[in-house]
Design a protein around this ligand. Structure first.
Ligand code: NAD
Length: 483
C-alpha cells in the first residue's frame, strides 16, 4: 500500500520535491505499516516557499474581497464533492475512524473556507466624523503568515488557518505536523484548482526546526500555531523577538462539571464526546470530570455501560467508532499516564491498557476517585483517559476547576439555568459549553485563556488576528501650528 503524495511540498502552485531533506516516514496507525515518505524542507525549500508567498501576497491583496471569496467558496465546494476521498486520506494520516472523518474533517475545512470566503467581500473600515474633518480606517492584511499544525486534525487545522488568512489578503506558508503530513497537500491542491494564484498558499514539510526557521524569518509577519504549551512558549518567544503577530492554539486540561440535577444520560454523552472522540486526541477535551456526590454512582454506572459499547477496530470500517492512537510514541505516552493513575491510587472503572490487536490501540479508560493532586488530573494526556473527581458545592468546584495553568474549555451540565450561566461565567476558559461538549462550529470563536493560548480561530474574531487597522486623519481646513 502506498498512499504517498506526488511530492513532499507544494510551493508556488505546484508540487516540489527535494530528497536531500531528512526522510519522514508516514505510518498508518491501524497497522503500523509505512504508507508514504516525505522529506523535510531544506533551507532552499524554505527560501522558495517564503519568496513565493511574499510575491504572491501582493497580487492576492490587490484582488477585491469578492474575488478572493469566490475562489475560497469554490474550493469549499470541491472539498465537499471529494469528501469521501479526503476522509479516507485523513484516516490514513491519523488513524481516526472513517465514521468520524466523513463528518468532521474535510467538511469542517469546507465550512471554514465557505464562511471566510463569504466574509471576504465585507471586510471594511470605518468612517469617523470629526466635525468638518474625518478619520477613515482601512483593514489591511498582515502580509506573509506562517501556519504550524498539530497531528490530530490535519485537514481542519490547515483550513482553519488558511481561510481567515486568505480572506484578509494574506499569503500563507503552512507546515503540517511531521506525524500527519499528507492532508494539507490536498488542501493546497484544491485551493489552486479553485483558482488561487500560485504562491498564496504553500505547504512545506518538516519537524520543529523547519517550523523554527519559518518563525524567525524576517519576511514573516504572523505565526499561527496549533500545538502543545511547551512548543507554544518557544514559538511565541521566537515570534516576539521581531514583534510578529501570533495566534496560539495550545493544550488543555479542561473541567466538565456535572451537578446532581443534570440529566444523567446527557451528562454521560457529554463526557464521552469530551473524552473519547478521536480516541481522546482533542485539545478541548473535558478530561477532569467533576461529578457532584449525589449523582456519582448513577453517572459511573451508565458511563461504564456506554463505554463498553465502543466499537474498536479497523478505522476504515464505518461501523467502528473508536480507532488507534496516532503513533506508537503517543500510545506509549498515554500508557505511561494510565500506569501513573493506577500507581497513584485512582480507581479504575474500565480500560487501562492496550487492546490486543496490531496497531496502536488503547482502551477507552475511566478512573474514578481521582484527586486534584494526581498526575492524571494535572497534566494533559491527549489520549482516551477520563478522570472523574467528586465534589460537594458549587463554590468548591469552581475553585478546583480553575486551579490549573490551562484555560482552553469548560462545560457544565445542570438543569438549573441560573447556575449554568453563573458557573460558566466563573470558569477560566475560552470555549465553553452548557449541557453539551466539544461543539466547534465555524461561526463561534475558538481558543483558550491562560497557558492554553492567545487569539481566537473561527468566527469574525479570527479576522482581527489576520489583519491590522490603518487609520487616516483627513483635514479639510488649514493647518494651525505654534510657529
Ligand atoms: P507539538 O507542540 O509537539 O507540535 C506542534 C507543531 O509544532 C508541529 O508541527 C511541530 O513540528 C511544531 N514545532 C515543534 N517545535 C517547534 C519549534 N521550536 N518551532 C516551530 N515549530 C515547532 O504538538 P503535537 O504533539 O503535534 O499536538 C498535540 C498538542 O497540540 C496537544 O497539546 C494539543 O492540546 C494541542 N492542540 C491544540 C489545539 C487547539 O486548537 N487549541 C488543537 C489541536 C491540538
Amino acid at each position: 500500500m502506498q498512499i504517498g503524495p506526488i511530492a513532499s511540498h507544494f510551493i508556488d502552485g505546484q508540487y516540489v520535491e527535494d530528497k536531500s531533506g531528512t526522510p519522514i516516514p508516514v505510518i498508518y496507525a491501524a497497522s503500523g505499516e509505512q504508507i508514504a515518505t516525505v522529506y523535510a524542507a531544506t533551507p532552499a525549500i524554505v527560501e522558495q516557499a517564503l519568496e513565493s508567498a511574499r510575491k504572491a501576497q501582493k497580487i492576492w491583496a490587490k484582488m477585491t474581497g469578492t474575488e478572493r471569496g469566490r475562489i475560497m467558496r469554490r474550493a469549499a465546494d470541491i472539498m465537499r464533492e471529494r469528501n469521501y476521498d479526503l476522509s479516507v486520506l485523513e484516516t490514513y494520516d491519523t488513524g481516526k475512524p472513517l465514521q468520524e472523518t466523513l463528518v468532521a474533517d474535510a467538511t469542517s475545512g469546507a465550512d471554514s473556507l465557505e464562511y471566510f470566503g463569504g466574509l471576504a467581500g465585507s471586510l471594511t473600515g470605518e468612517h469617523i466624523p470629526m466635525g468638518e474633518d474625518w478619520v477613515y480606517t482601512m483593514r489591511e492584511p498582515l502580509g506573509v503568515c506562517v501556519g504550524i499544525g498539530a497531528w490530530n486534525y490535519p485537514t481542519q487545522i490547515a483550513c482553519w488557518k488558511a481561510a481567515p488568512a486568505l480572506a484578509c489578503g494574506n499569503a500563507m506558508v503552512f507546515k503540517p505536523s511531521e506525524t500527519t503530513p499528507l492532508c494539507a497537500l490536498k488542501v493546497a491542491e484544491i485551493l489552486h484548482e479553485a483558482g488561487l494564484p500560485a504562491g498564496v498558499y504553500n505547504v512545506v514539510q518538516g519537524m520543529g526546526e523547519v517550523g523554527g526557521a519559518l518563525v524567525t524569518d524576517p519576511r514573516v509577519d504572523k505565526v499561527s500555531l496549533t500545538g502543545s504549551v511547551p512548543t507554544g512558549k518557544k514559538v511565541y518567544a521566537a515570534a516576539a523577538a521581531d514583534m510578529k503577530h501570533v495566534t496560539m492554539e495550545l493544550g488543555g486540561k479542561s473541567p466538565l462539571v456535572i451537578f446532581d440535577d443534570a440529566d444523567v444520560e446527557n451528562a454521560v454523552g457529554g463526557a464521552i464526546n469530551g473524552n473519547f472522540y478521536s480516541s481522546g486526541q482533542v485539545c478541548s477535551n473535558g478530561t477532569r470530570v467533576f461529578v457532584q456526590k449525589g449523582i456519582k454512582e448513577a453517572f459511573l454506572k451508565r458511563l461504564a455501560e456506554r463505554v463498553g459499547n465502543a466499537v474498536i477496530g479497523d478505522p476504515m470500517d464505518e461501523a467502528v467508532n473508536f480507532g488507534p492512537m496516532v503513533s506508537e510514541n503517543q500510545m506509549n505516552i498515554v500508557l505511561g499516564y494510565m500506569e501513573k493513575g493506577k500507581a497513584e491510587g485512582a480507581r479504575l472503572i474500565c480500560g487501562g491498557g492496550r487492546v490486543d490487536k496490531e496497531g496502536w490501540y488503547l482502551e477507552p479508560t475511566v478512573f474514578a476517585d481521582v484527586t486534584d493532586d494526581m498526575t492524571i488530573a494535572r497534566e494533559e494526556i491527549f489520549g482516551p483517559v477520563m478522570s472523574v473527581l467528586d465534589f460537594n458545592t458549587e463554590e468548591e468546584v469552581i475553585a478546583r476547576a480553575n486551579d490549573t495553568e490551562f484555560g482552553l474549555s469548560a462545560g457544565v451540565f445542570t438543569n438549573d439555568l441560573s447556575r449554568a450561566h453563573r458557573v460558566i461565567g466563573a470558569l477560566e476558559a475560552g470555549s465553553c459549553f452548557i449541557n453539551s461538549y466539544n461543539d466547534a462550529p465555524v461561526e463561534a470563536p475558538f481558543g483558550g485563556v491562560k497557558a492554553s493560548g492567545v487569539g481566537r480561530e473561527n468566527s469574525k474574531e479570527a479576522i482581527k488576528h489576520f489583519s491590522q487597522v490603518k487609520s487616516v486623519y483627513v483635514r479639510m481646513g488649514d493647518v494651525e501650528a505654534a510657529f
